[in-house]
Design a protein around this ligand. Sequence first.
Ligand code: C2E
Ligand code: MG
Ligand code: MG
Length: 389
Amino acid sequence: MNDTRGHDVGDRLLVEVAQRLIIHMRQEDIVCRLGGDEFVVVLEGLGQDALNAANQAETIAEKVRQALNQPYSLSINEARYLGTTSIGLTLFQGQSASVDMLLKQADVALYQAKGAGRNTARFFNPAMQAAIDSRMETEAALRQALERDEFQLYYQPQIDQHGELIGAEALLRWFPSDRGMVSPAEFIPLAEETGLILPIGQWVLDTACAQIKDWERDPRTRFLQMAVNVSARQFHQSDFVATVQRSLAASDIDPTRLKLELTESVVLDNVDIVVSQMRQLNALGVSFCLDDFGTGYSSLSYLKRLPLDQVKIDQSFVRDVPEDENDVAIVRAIMAMSRSLGLQVIAEGVETQAQRDFLLQNDCRAYQGFLFCRPLPIDEWKSIPAMQT
Ligand code: C2E
Ligand code: MG
Ligand code: MG
């Protein structure tokens, strides 16, 4: 640009690039020009987790790339200038690497970006790049999963102390066409981050309600309660109550058959609004279970305010009872607390008879886990004992 259009136009381009960079950074970030047409940005405070920090860095790099791709008006009588940006990324934590070393790594990554056809961002660390690529592929596939009909609900039986079937939890499964099943632990967080959880959660709710309707038609299943997991982003949507109401109306089910599972992270945020939404749903007949109970930080004063029907003891506490003294103490404390708050209790992840016996001795009378049954697609429910009669 200096050679073809003169130094003053080249300088103006640099100033304009710097301004666009600054606009996209937070107050605490550092933006500087290293020389020539190279800029350096330092982002701090991206957290302790390397993959998470890499995801954030990637997102910001993409924002910068797009901002710098917009046309530049550098002088009145000339056409607008278009340029592309190549970005090299490297992560640092504490002072494990020198400044020189970090700049060298970013520079190597920058040349990889140029080698990959320019106008892109690359990580210095190949493993990090691979993780980012795979995440972006999964995200693209997840965006199409609903319309491609790749989701399925599995249902895991819930059992009482007499071994009778009392309900089920709906658990989402994703079968992408090009690989095997992907676990919800893998794609639910991604769906939350991208907002895809909203249409997906709606599908889950509609599908579960349709299943409740089917169960209502059979005397062996008409009393079952269906538990449906609701994620934070979904519950905090301002029209969540209305969407549940629509699902209930569309399926024409008895709302008392539906139980929503919330986690502590959902209910600890904005307690007043949460309580109000829960009350509105309660008024419709819908009930609530607090999932993964004990893994968060709920205080008793919060719990008392929430219109909960049930808490679910997290599987991490069930796993090592009755051997582990700490877990024994935690389970007993949860039981005592639930008794005084008038809450029902269910234990998840029950895998052995010893666990189940310990739970019953401590007055926990509802269970879910591999000891009884794995989550099953609905066609396989025919094979479970309670459905044989
Ligand atoms: P969760 O709600 O706590 O579900 C319990 C998980 O424990 C399920 O994993 C279930 O398959 C597994 N499990 C059941 N019995 C046993 C057992 O005896 N031993 C062991 N080790 N595990 C057992 P899954 O299906 O992989 O789901 C993982 C998580 O993904 C769920 O945890 C839930 O947080 C989330 N999830 C699943 N479906 C949905 C959904 O439709 N919407 C939302 N928002 N989240 C969902
Ligand atoms: Mg659950
Ligand atoms: Mg759980």
